[in-house]
Structure formats: structure tokens, C-alpha cells
Write a protein that binds this ligand. Structure first.
Ligand code: GTP
Ligand code: MG
Length: 200
């Protein structure tokens, strides 16, 4: 068992040379700006303000490593697709995230967040293509589930499943209500146990 309440922000890396390359497995939260990465992290940990959340996109501009019970890092990546960002800032973003994904042997899984209300953006599709092309293990979290009524939940979920393909698990979640978050945590715990050679 991993105590997910034992969470500390180890480092906010703003430069490539600060990226952590130690022995703990990493699970990266990837997705466009405003999709709900930081909110999900807070909800997972049961803390309101651990990772910064804002109504204004583009808040997270560093790679934030959260140490969970000294057993893994949850990594809050800066969001992509933020049109208002200046060109030099965009380049800084892509340099940093590219470096994050490059030769990262401890990257256990990417949690790819996609807004269930708006569906995958062009950038999301590029990210999915990249994950598929590189064979990086990933699952999809369909965020902001609470924003849709039941009919649209089913409709949009079916469309999203169609886009990502049946081999990719899709987990509907809401950081507002907490729906689906525990299921996602169970998956994270399992994959860490598997890599550590622990059964169950
Ligand atoms: P960046 O740091 O810019 O990459 O954004 P982010 O992906 O970390 O998004 P963040 O968690 O900051 O959330 C953006 C906005 O969406 C905030 O206003 C959140 O309150 C809201 N939000 C996040 N998750 C949910 C959700 O599940 N339901 C609803 N209704 N709103 C959400
Ligand atoms: Mg954020």
C-alpha cells in the first residue's frame, strides 16, 4: 500500500538540467493547459492547494515532481496548446517537456488527460500519436466528467474511445466531485507494485 496522503513537492524544475533522474518510478500528468492536471493531483492527494490551480490557463510552467510516500513521483507537466503564450515561452516549454520525455527510463506511465466536454484537440491528437509512436505506456483520463449530463457523458465517452482505440483504457473522472479518481489511483498503485515486483 502506498499512502497517497504522504505527498511532498520535491522540485519544480524549470530547466532541463534540473529534471530528476533517480530511482523512483514516475507517472506523468500530460494534457493541454486547463484540462485539469493540477486539480486531479490535488484531488488524488486529498489536498486543496498542493498543485496550483487557476481559472487562467498556463499556470503550471515547470515540471513539478510530487513524491508520494517515497515510492513514486507524480509529475505535473506544464500544459500545451496555450495559444496566448509568447513564442519564446512556447519554445522553452517544448524544450523542457521534450527533455522530460527523452530517455526517461523511470517513466512508468503517462496519464493523458483529455477534456470530455470539448474532446481531443489537435494538440491532444499529436500527443496521442507521439505516445503510440514511441510505445510509451499510457492511459487516458477523461476530465471534467461532471460538466456533462448523462446522455452527453455516454455520447462523448464513446467518441473518445473511438479516437483513442480500444486498446487504450479511458477513465472518466471529475476532480470536482471525485468521481473515478479512486479507480485511477488503484491503477497507479498497481502499476507501481508491478514494477517493484510486488504482487497484488
Ligand atoms: P495548466 O497548469 O495550465 O496546464 O492547467 P491544468 O491542466 O493544471 O488545469 P487546472 O487543474 O489548473 O484546472 C483548470 C480549470 O479547470 C480550473 O478552473 C479548475 O477548477 C477546472 N477543473 C479542473 N478539473 C475539473 C473538473 O473535474 N470539473 C470541473 N467542473 N472543473 C474542473
Ligand atoms: Mg497545472
Amino acid at each position: 500500500m502506498i499512502n497517497k496522503q504522504k505527498i511532498t513537492l520535491t522540485l519544480s524544475a524549470g530547466r532541463k538540467d534540473q529534471l530528476i533522474r533517480d530511482n523512483l518510478p514516475q507517472i506523468a500528468f500530460s494534457g493541454r493547459s486547463n484540462v485539469g492536471k493540477s486539480s486531479l493531483l490535488n484531488r488524488l492527494a486529498g489536498r486543496k492547494k498542493l498543485a496550483r490551480v487557476s481559472a487562467e490557463p498556463g499556470k503550471t510552467i515547470t515540471v513539478n515532481y510530487f513524491n508520494i510516500d517515497s515510492q513514486l513521483y507524480l509529475v505535473d507537466l506544464p500544459g500545451y496548446g496555450f495559444a496566448k503564450r509568447r513564442l519564446d515561452e512556447k519554445k522553452k516549454w517544448s524544450d523542457l517537456t521534450n527533455a522530460y520525455f527523452q530517455n526517461n527510463e523511470k517513466l512508468l506511465m503517462v496519464l493523458q488527460l483529455i477534456d470530455i466536454k470539448t474532446g481531443p484537440s489537435a494538440d491532444d491528437e499529436m500527443m496521442l500519436d507521439w505516445l503510440n509512436a514511441t510505445g510509451t505506456p499510457y492511459v487516458v483520463a477523461a476530465t471534467k466528467w461532471d460538466k456533462l449530463n448523462k446522455t452527453n457523458q455516454q455520447k462523448n465517452l464513446a467518441a473518445l474511445r473511438e479516437t483513442v482505440g480500444e486498446e487504450t483504457p479511458v477513465f472518466p473522472i471529475s476532480s470536482l466531485t471525485g468521481e473515478g479518481v479512486e479507480i485511477l489511483w488503484n491503477l497507479i498503485e498497481k502499476s507501481v507494485a508491478a514494477v517493484n515486483g510486488v504482487s497484488g
